[in-house]
Design a protein around this ligand. Structure first.
Ligand SMILES: [Zn+2]
Length: 402
C-alpha cells in the first residue's frame, strides 16, 4: 500500500524385488513425510552454473515501511533499495537470502504489509535472481500506536471524514503465514512454508545447491529456520531441532554434503563466543563492528547441540543485531552475523551485505562484506578451516575447547 496521508492512517534385485524395495522405501518416505513434510527441490532448485563459484548475497534487517506518515520513512526505503541495487550490480549473485526483518510491521498501519514486502524484494526480482527468506521478529510485530497521534485532533475523531470504510482498515497486521504465503507465490522465490506441525514457526525449509556436473548431486545444503519473535516467542524450539535433525539425516545421511544454516535472531551460543561489546574483535574472530551486546533468543532448546555435533555444518549466519558483523568459531563451525543492509531499523553504521562464495571442486566457502561505499571488508575462507581456527582455544558453553 502506498503511504496514505496521516488522516487516513488513523483508521488498519529382480525387478520384483526392486519394486518391493522401492515400495518399502516409498512407504518409509511417506511415513517420514507425514511426520515432517519435506519439500526439497521446489521449482528448479539451485545449481552451480559451471565449475566456477556460486555466490550468495545476504540482505539482513531491511525494515521497510517505517513511519510512512513522516517524510523520513519512505526515504529510508528508497535508500535501502539503493544499497541492494549497488550490491547486486557489483556482486552479481546467483542467489539472495533475505535474513529477516524485511519489514517493520509494528510501524505499518496497513491491512496488507505484503505491499512493503514487494518493495523490499523488487531489486532482486527485477534482476531475475532467485531468493529465499526467513522471518524476523519485526515482520509480523503488532502495530505500535505512535503517542503523537493522540493530540487534540487525534484518534478517534480524526477518522470521521475518511473515504475508507472502517471495516477495511488496518492495525491488525499481516500474519507470519500470510507473509510466507505471499512470498512462496513469487516466481523467483524458492522459500517454503515449513511443515504445519511447527507453526506458528513458519520459515523452516531446506534448499539444495546441486553440482554443475550431470548427475553430480548436492554440493551444499542450505537450511533456513524460523527463530520467532513478533507474535511468537524468540526461540528455535525443541520441535524445530528435531525437525532439523530428521531433515538433515534424510537429505545428508553420511554427512558428506557441507551444510550452512540461516536464521534471524542469534542463539545464546553467539553470546558465549562474542568478543566483549565495544572491544576489539580479536583472532580467531574477525569482523569490523562489535558495538553492542548480542540480543539472543530467550532459550536454548537443543539446536546448537545438534549443530555442533554435526561436522557437515560449517556456519550459522544470523542478523538481528545491527551493530555486529563478526564471525567467531563455536566448536567446529562458524557463528556469523550478516551486516545491517537496510536504512530502516536502529543504527547508522555503514550499510552493507555479507557475501558467501561457494566453489564446487574443491569445496570452499569464502565470505566478505560489501559496504555501500564500495569497500570490501572481512574477507575470509570459512571452509576449509584455517589452522588458526582449528587450534584456537575458544571457550564454549559446554566447557570444551575447540
Ligand atoms: Zn532488525
Amino acid at each position: 500500500m502506498l503511504p496514505l496521508g496521516r488522516r487516513k492512517w488513523h483508521c488498519v534385485a529382480s525387478g520384483f524385488v526392486v519394486a518391493i524395495l522401492l515400495a518399502l522405501g516409498a512407504a518409509i518416505m511417506l511415513e517420514r513425510v507425514s511426520e515432517f513434510p519435506i519439500n526439497l527441490h521446489r521449482k528448479n532448485g539451485l545449481a552451480f552454473r559451471d565449475k566456477s563459484s556460486f555466490k550468495i548475497s545476504i540482505f539482513a534487517d531491511l525494515h521497510y515501511g517505517e513511519n510512512a506518515w513522516d517524510a523520513w520513512g519512505p526515504v529510508q526505503d528508497v535508500n535501502s533499495s539503493r544499497v541492494m541495487d549497488f550490491v547486486l550490480d557489483v556482486e552479481k549473485p546467483d542467489f539472495v537470502i533475505f535474513l529477516g526483518d524485511v519489514i517493520t510491521a509494528n510501524n505499518l498501519a496497513t491491512a496488507n504489509a505484503t505491499l512493503y514486502w514487494d518493495k523490499a524484494i523488487a531489486s532482486t526480482a527485477k534482476r531475475s535472481i532467485p531468493w529465499a527468506s526467513v522471518l524476523g521478529n519485526h515482520d509480523d510485530a503488532a502495530f505500535e500506536w505512535p503517542v503523537d497521534w493522540f493530540g487534540p485532533a487525534g484518534i478517534p475523531g480524526f477518522c470521521s471524514d475518511s473515504e475508507l470504510p472502517s471495516s477495511s482498515l488496518y492495525f491488525s497486521g499481516t500474519t507470519r503465514a500470510e507473509l510466507m504465503n505471499h512470498e512462496v507465490q513469487q516466481r523467483l522465490s524458492i522459500s517454503l512454508n515449513g511443515p504445519e506441525v511447527l507453526w506458528p514457526s513458519i520459515s523452516n525449509f531446506v534448499i539444495q545447491i546441486s553440482s554443475s556436473k550431470k548427475g553430480g548431486g548436492a554440493v551444499t545444503l542450505l537450511y533456513f529456520l524460523d527463530s520467532g519473535g513478533g507474535t511468537y516467542a524468540e526461540v528455535i524450539s525443541a520441535h524445530q531441532a528435531t525437525w532439523f535433525q530428521q531433515v538433515a539425516i534424510d537429505n545428508n545421511p553420511d554427512g558428506r554434503t557441507p551444510e550452512i544454516v540461516f536464521w534471524h535472531i542469534p542463539s545464546q551460543a553467539f553470546d558465549s563466543v562474542s568478543p566483549t561489546p565495544n572491544g576489539p574483535i580479536s583472532s580467531p574472530c574477525f569482523g569490523t563492528i562489535n558495538l553492542e551486546t548480542v540480543a539472543s533468543q530467550v532459550g536454548e532448546w537443543g539446536i546448537m547441540n545438534i549443530l555442533k555435533n554435526r561436522p557437515s555444518v560449517k556456519a550459522v549466519i544470523v542478523g538481528h543485531n545491527h551493530g555486529l558483523d563478526w564471525c567467531c568459531p563455536y566448536e567446529k563451525l562458524w557463528l556469523c552475523f550478516a551486516r545491517h543492509t537496510g536504512y530502516g531499523g536502529y543504527g547508522t553504521w555503514t550499510r552493507g551485505a555479507r557475501q558467501l562464495e561457494l566453489t564446487e571442486d574443491p569445496f570452499q566457502i569464502r565470505t566478505w562484506i560489501l559496504l555501500e561505499n564500495g569497500t570490501k571488508t572481512s574477507a575470509r575462507i570459512l571452509y576449509p578451516r584455517s589452522k588458526e581456527m582449528a587450534t584456537s582455544n575458544i571457550k564454549t558453553p559446554s566447557g570444551t575447547l575447540a
